[in-house]
Design a protein around this ligand. Structure first.
Ligand SMILES: [Zn+2]
Length: 178
């Protein structure tokens, strides 16, 4: 397993719509290795999700894992793979929450996101699945899906004044200040 280099904003790969993963990719050893490498890279940088464009691969592929936490809105989500994901809103309720991104290091901002959604995607073997996500899990799915369309979280911020460095966030802002 390798730790991959993470693209930072202004790299064109982060602003280009990613290509659907073709059927034949699932049996490709390199595609499976890419997924393992993305998993290792996400752990290395302590992310809760990573999209393929963030490691310079313009494919509709992402990985997510949310470790258990004391924060009330952060339910644990075991590792899983999203290939060619489609997000459908469930209701129109939105909620503000803090986000950061490995491609925009050291920063955080408040982003309004759908509270509940349905996700349809393929797993790493090409098998379709469907699930419902809410709260922080739904937020991570929206954040990673955005990367596949060339969007990043700061594009979605309703008020840029909440943008903060992580150090200053820890000194001056509390998680429940929304
Ligand atoms: Zn991101």
């Amino acid at each position: 397993m390798s730790i991959l280099k993470v693209a930072r904003i202004a790299h064109p790969v982060l602003r280009s719509p990613a290509k659907p993963v073709p059927k034949e990719a699932f049996r490709d050893r390199l595609f499976q290795k890419l997924i393992d490498d993305m998993r290792g890279t996400m752990y290395e940088y302590e992310g809760v999700g990573l999209a393929a464009p963030q490691v310079h691969e313009g494919l509709r592929l992402a990985v997510i894992e949310v470790p258990g936490s004391d924060e009330r809105s952060r339910a644990e989500v075991p590792f899983f793979v999203l290939v060619n994901p489609v997000v459908t809103p469930l209701g129109d309720e939105r909620e503000n929450g803090w986000e950061g991104c490995l491609s925009i290091p050291d920063l955080r901002g408040l982003v309004p996101r759908l509270k509940r959604l349905k996700l349809d995607a393929l797993d790493r073997d090409g098998k379709p699945y469907s699930l419902e996500a809410q709260d922080f899990f739904a937020r991570v799915v929206q954040h990673e899906s955005d990367h596949l369309d060339g969007n990043v979280y700061i594009d979605r911020m309703a008020d840029m004044r909440s943008l903060t460095f992580i150090k200053e966030f820890e000194d001056h802002v509390h998680e429940d200040e929304e």
